[in-house]
Write a protein that binds this ligand. Structure first.
Ligand SMILES: Cc1cc2nc3c(=O)[nH]c(=O)nc-3n(C[C@H](O)[C@H](O)[C@H](O)COP(=O)(O)OP(=O)(O)OC[C@H]3O[C@@H](n4cnc5c(N)ncnc54)[C@H](O)[C@@H]3O)c2cc1C
Length: 458
């Protein structure tokens, strides 16, 4: 099997083939493996450049971690992670997580709360695709949508809730609506089932790895694959083996001029790269994938002395709805979640900036980006001292956007590829979900579907 791209998706697909005893080669353009999943360690701080963990409500990543010997290294986030804040009207305010805290919150006016709490009177099941903003407005009212819709998607995809598809991003909410009409009624029913002891989907616990962050998963997968991974290997084109159009035989061309022929191919590159690779071979698939938009996103890592942080630090961090005169999207208190990510007595944190609603952030120099972030940390958290550590990570076209029409685009890309090259599969976090769990699940399924048998292997 040939796998293109050694991000979490490509590594997961290749590991599945390896475990099935199938010969596999992974071609990775960059100098290292892992793609967006990467962590650095400087001055005692661990900084996750992209993902900082995954949720344990589904088993995909946990199973993979166990299969590469990392079960004991799994590190659930501190219980405080459940508490999250919004910066709203000049203050960090807890996001309500229970009916009682919803009644007490000052994030909404009394009429806004009343409208949200009477959702059951307005709710009805809708069949057509809807934006995240539209869905929340319809269920909980305009005011709740203005406050919560942005943050709801900001931390996942740095996206615009008016453009993102509820159905592609949160299919479970659509299912709840279909079965109960009202989301509040649906959630209450789910809670009742849970209390009765039946298994239910919880939101899971954010989990990383001790002593190294998400990099440990990448390192363990890379070590398992050994010299089957070839870094610094740019793939430029996929075409049919001569005279074998419509068959599963593919020729993969490299920038070096070298070619590889394969019957089983997993393409685990971002959608826009995959679109280029498939342009000649499967133009319809290529066009559908090119329409998947990506946004630039930036991670700024900071390390502060805790004494210089005049804030209780009793949670996950905070998100900032737009329109609050703060430019950053939010701040994550990494070493509160994972205490081994900063030296004793220090705060390691990540600031997220850019995204769909602030494309101009990419034009800032690193110094300008740090200046903006530090001004915003002063406004939101009252930090005025210099950080003892800082680092700017830029992800150009870093996060795919599941915009309206996404599911049809992906379906038609898969169908067109299946016709053109039956032995090829797509993998990547632009397909079925943006997070690591989704990337791992899709990639493992892609690899398994190319194996002669489908044994129960990770
Ligand atoms: C800032 C940020 C924060 C995130 N936070 C979280 C989080 O907390 N939790 C979570 O679950 N998810 C998070 N994510 C999403 C998570 O990072 C992704 O789901 C996952 O890493 C995607 O992996 P992938 O392998 O599909 O893609 P990528 O990581 O993009 O890998 C694609 C690989 O293909 C290679 N490639 C590209 N072109 C070629 C070519 N021509 N030839 C060969 N190789 C090529 C690339 O070099 C790369 O290694 C975050 C993402 C970002 C950017």
């Amino acid at each position: 099997m040939l796998v293109i791209g050694a991000g979490i998706s490509g590594l997961s697909a290749a590991f599945t083939a390896l475990r099935a005893g199938v010969q596999v080669t992974v071609l990775e353009a960059g100098p290292t493996t892992g793609g967006k999943a990467r962590s650095s360690h400087e001055h005692g701080y661990t900084l996750d450049w992209g993902p900082n963990g995954f949720l344990t409500n589904v088993s995909d990543t946990v199973e993979l971690a166990a299969a590469v010997g990392l079960r004991d290294a799994l590190l659930p986030a501190a219980a405080a992670a459940e508490r999250r804040y919004l910066y709203w009207d000049g203050d960090l305010r807890p996001i309500p997580s229970s009916p009682g805290s919803f009644l007490r919150t000052d994030l909404l006016s009394p009429p806004g709360k009343l409208r949200a709490l009477t959702e059951v009177l307005y709710a009805r099941s809708v069949k057509r695709e809807e934006s995240v903003q539209g869905f929340i407005t319809r269920h909980f009212g305009y005011e709740a949508a203005r406050v919560f819709a942005g943050p709801f998607v900001q931390g996942i995809s740095a996206g615009d809730p008016r453009q993102l598809s509820l159905d592609a991003m949160f299919p479970r909410l659509r299912q709840l609506e279909a079965s109960h009409g009202s989301l509040l009624r649906g959630l209450a029913a789910a809670r009742k089932v849970a209390l009765a002891g039946a298994p239910q989907r919880s939101t899971g616990r954010l989990t990383s790895f001790r002593d190294g962050g998400v990099q440990r998963l990448v390192d363990a997968l890379t070590a398992e694959l050994g010299d089957r991974v070839r870094t610094g290997t740019v793939v430029t084109k996929i075409r049919h083996a001569p005279g074998r159009e419509g068959s599963s035989g593919a020729v993969v061309e490299l920038a070096s001029g070298e070619t590889h022929t394969t019957e089983r191919l997993v393409i685990a590159t971002p959608a826009f790269v995959t679109a280029d690779l498939l342009e000649a071979l499967a133009p319809a698939a290529s066009a559908a994938l090119r329409a998947v938009r990506y946004v630039d996103v930036h991670v700024l890592g900071f390390g502060f002395d805790r004494i210089d942080v005049p804030y209780p630090l009793d949670g996950f961090g905070f998100l900032v709805p737009r329109g609050q005169k703060v430019r950053i999207l939010g701040g994550l208190w990494s070493s509160v979640l994972f205490p081994d990510q900063a030296p004793e007595g220090k705060l390691g944190m990540r600031v997220l900036a850019g995204g769909a609603l602030d494309p101009g952030f990419s034009d800032l120099s690193d110094d300008e980006a740090v200046t903006v972030a530090r001004r915003d940390l002063e406004v939101t958290m009252g930090i005025v001292t210099d950080p003892e550590y800082q680092r700017v990570i830029r992800w150009q076209r870093g996060i795919p956007q599941f915009e309206l029409g996404h599911r049809e685009r992906i379906e038609s890309a898969r169908a067109a590829l299946a016709l053109a090259l039956p032995g090829a599969r797509l993998a990547g976090n632009y397909l079925d979900g943006v997070g690591i769990n989704d990337a791992v699940r899709t990639a493992r399924a892609a690899a398994r579907s190319l194996l002669p048998l489908t044994p129960d292997i990770p």
